[in-house]
Design a protein around this ligand. Sequence first.
Ligand code: UDX
Length: 459
Amino acid sequence: MKIVIIGTGYVGLVTGVCFAAVGNEVVCVDNNISKVKQLQEGIPTIYERGLDHFLKKNVFEKRISFTENLGEVVDSADLIFIAVGTPSKGESGETDLSYVLSVTEDIARTINHDAYVVIKSTAPVGTADKMKEKFHSVIKDLGKEDLNIFVSSNPEFLKEGTAIEDFMHPDRIVIGTDDAESKNRLSELYKIFEEDSGVPVVYTDVASAQLIKYASNAFNACKISFINSLTRYCDTVGADISDVAKGMGLDKRIGRAFLNAGIGYGGSCFPKDVASLKYEISKKTKNDTTGILSGIEDINYKAWHWIVELVESLISQNKVPAKPNVTILGLAFKPDTDDVRYSPAVNIITELSNICNIKTYDQIAMKNAEIALHKKEDEEISPNFDNITYCNYLNDAVTDADIVILCTEWDEFKCILADDIVSLMRGDIFIDGRNALDQKEMSMFFDYYCVGKPHIYKN
Ligand code: UDX
């Protein structure tokens, strides 16, 4: 099939490359010309495992191409996917649909037949109606009233770092349509997944499809916050959160996934989707059921803020100097990505840089973190840039540290040699924000703090 994908971010690019790989003719559109040029060369604009090879192969074999000119390609598309950003507008959680609506306007201006549009981006229920309104007002002005737009929803469930694998082997495919032709086209496109690997396809209406995406993300965020809600209690009563999660997870109704305690979730989806769902429910319904969503957010804040409070308490107990040297290992919101959006590490550095000297190291996400920290300059609590040093090597980062804090469980950190690290440090405190290291081994060399387990002090 001929597929046009608008937006070449994480979702659009991965979707485009994967649709091409299974035999479709794909054109990706982006208004960022330098991005388009880079992609035309087969060079990825994001870090995503396996993308490099996949992109080059499909560009070379001419199954995927890139352009900034939407008008050139929409007319030949069987389906037009929208994969542009749907960020939060601000504190309220309301979703900013300006990019989706601006793309809809561009489609209306340039298309000369009915448009079969699919929303891939995560967008709240009601977005399709707004797109139809925009489309019809533009075509009316242009005297093309006989044209129509059909809007479907086909949410993505891609995890950064394993996005290609998730796309090729999904748990399920969700297709939300309110018209028969869109349903035919989408089921034709996904037939190969259904037939080859027996992936279940959920056919539903547009509103339900959109809500499936929000509900799935909020529920996974809820699992993380639920386990994180027990961590301080575990510390206090001498229980081990990993064993609690293991025991809970063996109940088939619960499952073990997303029960890893730590310093909380970040990323481009969970924070904004929980906030958006909360906003939409409280706006549209009289019976306010958003308490559970507020609870998820509150616990997620407490999950990373615990690190700040722990460092403050180490200072006040004189366990470290009054302005300690603190090393932050890992800046990405999770391993195998360069994404730092809503990363707990960035929040922790912002607060701690006002009371500590910070050295930080992340092999992939450091540039993005530096940009993200500078964006926080005007916030109520802003970073003290004079106290932040970015290190290119792990050993430089830990040298002279009083406290080392692991924020992202990169493989590189999982195999650090505790005695090597401690020999470079001034102090001997290690805070493992992801329970990524071996408690017994670490406590031979460090006062080792991890999440939801009794703290072990070096003998
Ligand atoms: C998520 C959804 O999983 C995906 O379906 C959706 O399309 C986009 O959002 P992603 O943001 O890439 O994907 O990351 P994910 O692997 O889901 O992790 C999200 C966050 O939760 C990370 O910060 C991770 O560290 C944290 N997490 C995850 C935990 O703290 N504990 C866990 O047990 C699992």
